[in-house]
Design a protein around this ligand. Structure first.
Ligand code: NAP
Ligand code: F7E
Length: 360
């Protein structure tokens, strides 16, 4: 039941990395949070399960509710919005893996480009366009083959993957609905943000899980693709706070959220192994490059061309000045070294538990 000052938020992509942190933050701010989940034959609510359990433990009436739906299914979006009448929508749902988007470009476009259009049209069909504020999750992948360094809100776009191209449509349709119908829709152009909840096939988490598994004896080495790619990596909960701040403004706009620092995948490996007390020695070039433990000479990293992309985004570096000023947002509340440490320590623990479970 809605009380006068209790806000209602709707999150698409609530089961993902960002959706799970954002749901926690909004619940802590007193919101009622509704999320859309996809029907799956296997468990897909691991990142938000604790939100239910917390409520049950505290015997609280639930202000957290999940609804089945899909961004490829207009009817489901329409009925959910009609039922919950949200004040704010955080649109995070997407097939978000860049490499996978080369394998399934049509589905990527359907869920991201048309998915965003379906959501916005459902808002209009329900005549909610003047009352709802919407956050639209776009990405630094719009810059792709970068035309300027660092990238700002005015840097020309040059996407390099079906994912980036689909997000380009999502960016423009949001902007078009803002200009055409006066809708309060802000595009968040977010640079990479990682965490202990990052999907396991994104490079940072793949590396930190790999380290945990090597230490626990579950794996020998990590195989990677382009380790010279450079990214502007921030910490996901800091970035979801920025999303919330965008919707607290009385105007809608486009904002870059980034740290303003870049690091290569190679550097991430060096720092992550250092957290585990291991110093790497690199040998060879290109696909023959390998990294060894300086103490034991054990092979720890090699290159597998299957992880190269048909078109690569070599470097990304964002300029978050506009967001810092307008949102009073701190991009490096969690600095890079701290992000790496948290992820490695988390995954060392998880791998150890996996290994213990296998032994028992
Ligand atoms: P994520 O962990 O991959 O989560 C994606 C979410 O979207 C999941 O909840 C997923 O559901 C859901 N989803 C996928 N296809 C869907 C569909 N057809 N219908 C409904 N839901 C669907 O992504 P994230 O890292 O949290 O990122 C959140 C958003 O920000 C995404 O739009 C992403 O493209 C964008 N973004 C991310 C970054 C980053 O560095 N993390 C940077 C810039 C922009 P399942 O759990 O069922 O798969
Ligand atoms: O790759 C290189 C890879 O998959 C980062 C998504 O959240 O951020 C993410 O997209 C870099 C790339 O993230 C491996 O070639 C090397 O250059 O972790 P990633 P991404 O492609 O930057 C943007 C902002 C989003 O919007 C996306 O949704 O690392 N790389 N070796 C590798 N990448 C992976 N995944 N696996 C490797 O083995």
């Amino acid at each position: 039941m809605k009380t006068n000052n209790q806000k209602i938020a709707f999150i698409t992509g609530i089961t993902g990395q960002d959706g799970s942190y954002l749901a926690e933050q909004l619940l802590n701010k007193g919101y009622t949070v509704h999320g859309m989940i996809r029907r799956s034959s296997s468990f897909n609510t691991g990142r938000i399960e604790h939100l239910y359990i917390d409520k049950l433990r505290q015997h609280q009436s639930t202000n957290f509710k999940l609804h089945y739906g899909d961004l490829t299914d207009f009817t489901s979006i329409f009925f959910i919005l009609n039922e919950i009448q949200p004040d704010e929508i955080y649109h995070l749902g997407a097939q978000s893996h860049v490499q996978v988007s080369f394998e399934i470009p049509e589905y990527t476009a359907d869920s991201i480009a048309l998915g965003t259009l379906r959501l916005l049209e459902a808002v209009r069909a329900l005549k909610m366009e003047k009352t709802i504020k919407i956050y639209n999750a776009v990405t630094s992948e719009l810059y792709g083959k970068v035309q300027e360094v660092p990238q700002t809100e005015t840097t020309p776009f040059y996407p390099r993957s079906p994912y980036g191209v689909a997000k380009l449509y999502a960016y423009w349709i949001a902007k078009n609905f803002r200009e055409s119908y006066g809708m309060h829709i802000s595009n968040g152009i977010l640079f990479n943000h990682e965490s202990e909840r990052r999907g396991e096939t994104f490079v940072t988490r793949k590396i930190t899980i790999g380290i945990g598994d090597i230490l626990a004896g579950l794996s020998d080495k990590i195989s990677l693709g382009n380790i010279d790619a450079e990214r502007d990596w921030g910490y996901a909960p800091d970035f979801t706070e920025g999303m919330y701040q965008m919707l607290q403004l009385d105007y809608a706009d486009d904002f870059v959220l980034a740290t303003g620092e870049k690091h290569s995948v190679r550097e991430f490996c060096i720092k992550a192994f250092a957290v585990a007390g291991i110093t790497l020695r690199w040998e060879g070039k290109g696909v023959d490059e390998k990294a060894y433990d300086t103490k034991t000479n054990k092979l720890l990293i090699d290159i597998n061309p299957k992880y190269f992309r048909p078109a690569e985004v070599e470097q990304l570096l964002g300029d978050p000045s506009k967001a810092i000023k307008a949102l009073n947002w701190n991009p490096t509340q969690t600095p890079f070294d701290e992000l790496v440490r948290r992820m490695v320590e988390n995954d060392i623990k998880i791998s150890q538990q996996k290994a213990d479970a296998l032994r028992n």
